[in-house]
Design a protein around this ligand. Structure first.
Ligand SMILES: *Cc1c(COP(=O)(O)O)cnc(C)c1O
Length: 431
């Protein structure tokens, strides 16, 4: 072998020395070693370790959410376990006669049962759902939206832009603070417009106070065009029948959340919502309502680009079954977290503090997050640690994400699964 073809031995030696500390593929460690040597030949070892550490932290991995924000967008919103057997599924295969099947058939039936919709179809997220509805029902036509609901929801989701990207034209009506039924009527009857549907959007994390009024779905249902309602958060039914088997009443924080069943019965032709907010399922977007309009969405060419696979549809099906079974509060982590009682959280916190020998148990405000039930706090219990120890918690083998307030670090237990209490004890001992 020629000299020039041989690896510089120091790269390989450095990579091998990193392998004791990092469980990363050898080729990755070689890459870190090579970059470290060319960047800082004098301190190659420390730099290589730093590069490997950074890469390890960039890997998408389990973390413990101790922020008290239940649906934390940066932590993947609704937590849920997804175990798959690794076998193929009958995703698009009809087991009855061996012909080609329809991928959203079973979830459509379950969503219909839960919401009263005639049919439903699933896409990658709610932004995709809104875009597909506009493309399928209103290409080169007009969509009427209240000026008070032409909002940006977060992560760059701006209603006017999503509608225009889909090839529809936005016609906004009313004023920022007040939109009345006759504002919609005027836009629909105007000769200048070719209105495909009226869209109502739940402003989620944005609210207006004072001299305001909006037109309800029930009132809009009197209009001659279809009504599409983006309810956003995916609460299935505001009477929460899945809570009736437990001791919980309908929680107060839900009162202003629009719900799927009620929007449909109020006369929405279609509704759209996220799968990973109050529904507590995997990341997806659901379009439900009139069979004819759902079918138009499902048949649109964009559907091919937006359809989820069985890695999403199987967990979604499972979550919907839990609602039907009324086992949501034991099987869906989101509902388990929001219904955990304060005495239970208090007992857990006291045990952790006692075992770790550090920290203080204090009341704490947890919130729903992801723009849902915005401004509403759910009382919770946290462990307070004086000073800023966020870095140290984040560097734990299973990273723990906490919250800072004043000069203390808080670990809110409502968002922590009870099975992870041991991990918290060990992490606190190491501070
Ligand atoms: C969250 C939300 C969206 C965006 O949903 P994604 O699933 O994040 O795409 C759209 N509209 C409303 C009203 C929302 O609350």
């Amino acid at each position: 072998m020629l000299d020039s073809e041989r690896r510089p031995p120091s790269v390989d030696a450095l990579a091998r020395s990193l392998s004791a500390e990092f469980h990363l593929p050898h080729a990755l460690l070689v890459d870190c070693a090579r970059r470290a040597i060319s960047l800082h030949p004098q301190e190659a070892e420390a730099v290589a370790r730093d590069l490997a550490h950074r890469f390890q932290q960039e890997l998408i991995q389990d973390v413990i959410n101790a922020t008290g924000v239940i649906l934390h967008t940066n932590l993947g919103r609704a937590p849920m376990a997804t175990a798959t057997s690794g076998r193929p599924t009958n995703l698009e295969f009809n087991l009855q006669d061996g012909s080609r099947g329809v991928r959203h058939q079973s979830v459509s039936r379950l969503i219909s049962l839960l919401t009263g919709a005639e049919s439903a179809v699933v896409v990658n997220n709610n932004a995709a759902a809104v875009m597909l509805v506009a493309a399928a029902l209103a290409e080169n036509r007009d969509v009427v939206v209240s000026r008070g609901e032409s909002v940006e929801i977060g992560g760059g989701f701006r209603i006017p832009e999503v509608i225009e990207q889909s090839g529809a034209r936005l016609v906004d009506v009313g004023t920022t603070n007040k939109t009345r039924l006759r504002d919609y009527e005027r836009a629909i009857s105007s000769k200048r417009n070719d209105v495909a549907f009226v869209m109502k959007i739940h402003p989620s994390n944005f609210s207006m106070k004072g001299f305001t009024s909006e037109t309800t779905t029930k009132e809009l249902a009197a209009l001659p065009t279809p009504i599409v309602v983006d309810i956003g958060s995916g609460l299935l039914d505001n009477t929460c029948p899945w809570l009736l088997h437990s001791t919980d009443r309908v929680p107060e924080w839900l009162v202003n959340e629009p719900a799927a069943r009620q929007a449909i019965s109020d006369g929405a032709s279609l509704i759209t919502f996220s799968g990973d907010k109050l529904l507590g399922g995997p990341q997806c977007g659901i379009i439900a309502g009139s069979r004819e309009l759902v079918e138009k969405c499902a048949q649109h060419p964009l559907m091919r680009a937006l359809r989820p696979g069985s890695q999403i549809l199987v967990p979604l099906q499972q979550v919907l079954m839990s609602y039907i079974n009324r086992t949501a509060t034991s099987e869906i982590p989101f509902w388990k977290m929001v219904t955990t009682t304060l005495p239970h959280l208090q007992t857990r916190a006291e045990r952790i503090v006692q075992r770790a020998g550090i920290g203080q148990v204090v009341p704490s405000p947890s919130v729903i997050g992801a723009g849902s039930a915005s401004g509403v706090e759910i009382p919770s219990i946290a462990i307070e640690l004086i000073g800023n120890v966020q870095d140290s918690l984040r560097k734990n083998a299973t990273p723990i994400i906490s919250r800072m307030s004043r000069n203390s670090t808080f670990l809110d237990l409502r968002t922590v699964s009870e099975e992870d209490d041991d991990i918290i004890v060990e992490a606190l001992k190491n501070i």
